[in-house]
Design a protein around this ligand. Structure first.
Ligand code: NAD
Ligand code: ZN
Length: 360
């Protein structure tokens, strides 16, 4: 087992990573605070893992809230139904919420914890690769609005993150690949050595080799924890974690939530960011080719959907959270392992990258 720490002063917390951690009662018991616990999961994950978690808590008062499955339920409506169930169950401010599931469950449960009775404690038990390497760490919580992804939310750090890599055994291949997009992101934005390692080991990862997956998760979490520790509230360097996301969120919103997986949209978005960096003369063609090749080997899409025109993409990108005072800012690449946030780019170059036929 590996334990990392997210260093945030009084809000610091551990990330436990290991195979079979859900069989270890001590880790969960140490993480949970108080005598009331509510596990939030969804209809796919609950039948697989709810009882595994619950059995360690049988001396506490434990409730559960099972959500419908899907990005399209990451809404204020779902949040309200969680609050209703918490209130009907008389769960008070000393309740700990446990998010058991992928990033959708983690983001909603985290936001419920951030806002229920002005804030209660919560623990993340991520069960998708994407949630294990990204969304469960760092305290960003929230829901979507029909006009934009993740537009309503709060920063709220968990008490602990418990990553049982065995849960990946039941994850569909397409979801595993989507998680690899965020893994590749860490290599691209600041860890060139990890990018090299990923090029060497991508087949092992897709074959679900346990050691390779555990290493990729650990290294991703180390990268994320160190960026979050430097810039918890995204005043600066944390924005680099959004590499590919301004493009990706536009694809997700434009096609309707749940059409493309988040990781798929991010993969395509990262290549669009790389292509724009190339158009600006920052990133050599050889590097763009390496990025495209790795994404393809990871089973990820690299061509934006034909139904989203350049104009529609621009409209969608204009409501991104990285727009400040009307100015679109993008995370672009100087090299593999070197990203930067900038609003200094030629709009015509962006248009070329957004034109579906050109990008294909
Ligand atoms: N908060 C953050 O910092 C952050 C970062 C990245 C992404 N996100 C958000 O995360 C979400 C995407 O998360 P995701 O990719 O985990 O999607 P998801 O939560 O929808 O999970 C993907 C699918 O896998 C199923 N599933 C989960 N665990 C399983 C398991 N062990 N076995 C079988 N099936 C399982 C789910 O029920 C779902 O159908 C997006 O909403 C995105 O915006 C948030
Ligand atoms: Zn993401």
């Amino acid at each position: 087992m590996v334990a990392l720490n997210v260093e945030l002063g009084t809000r610091s917390y551990p990330i436990h990573i290991g195979r079979g951690l859900l069989d270890n009662p001590d880790i969960l018991r140490t993480a949970v605070s108080g005598r009331n616990v509510v596990i939030i999961s969804n209809e796919t994950v609950a039948p697989l893992y709810l009882n595994k978690v619950r059995r360690h808590l049988d001396d506490l008062r434990v409730g559960d809230i099972i959500l419908p499955d899907g990005e399209q339920y990451k809404t204020l409506g779902t949040l309200e139904s969680i609050f209703t169930q918490l209130l009907e169950g008389h769960f008070d401010r000393n309740t700990t919420l446990i998010a058991l599931g992928g990033g959708v469950v983690g983001d909603i449960a985290g936001f419920a914890a951030a806002s229920y009775q002005r804030g209660i404690k919560f623990v993340q038990i991520p069960t998708t690769l994407l949630a294990q390497v990204d969304s469960s760490v760092g305290g960003k919580t929230g829901v979507n609005h029909p006009l934009g992804k993740n537009m309503i939310g709060a920063f709220h750090q968990p008490l602990a993150v418990i990553i049982d890599t065995e849960t990946l055994d039941t994850l569909p291949d397409r979801e595993l690949n989507a998680g690899l997009a965020e893994v590749i992101k860490y290599g691209l934005l600041g860890d060139a050595e990890f990018f090299d390692w990923l090029e060497e080991n991508i087949d092992m990862l897709r074959a679900r080799d346990h050691h390779s997956l555990a290493y990729a998760i650990k290294r991703s979490c180390q990268n994320k924890a160190s960026i979050v520790a430097q810039d918890e509230r995204e005043q600066g360097s944390r924005a680099l974690l959004n590499l590919g996301h301004t493009f990706g969120h536009a694809i997700e919103t434009g096609l309707g939530y749940g059409q493309w997986l988040h990781g798929e949209a991010v993969a395509c978005g990262m290549l669009m960011a790389a292509r724009l960096s190339g158009e600006l003369g920052w990133l050599p063609t050889a590097a763009i080719d390496r990025i495209e090749a790795l994404l393809l080997k990871a089973g990820l899409p690299v061509t934006p959907p034909a139904e989203l025109s350049q104009q529609r993409m621009r409209e969608l990108m204009a409501i991104d959270k990285k727009v400040i005072d009307g100015q679109l800012r993008l995370v672009l690449l100087r090299d593999i392992g070197h990203a930067l946030v900038t609003d200094q780019f030629d709009p015509a170059a962006l248009d070329r990258v957004l034109t579906p036929s050109k990008a294909a």
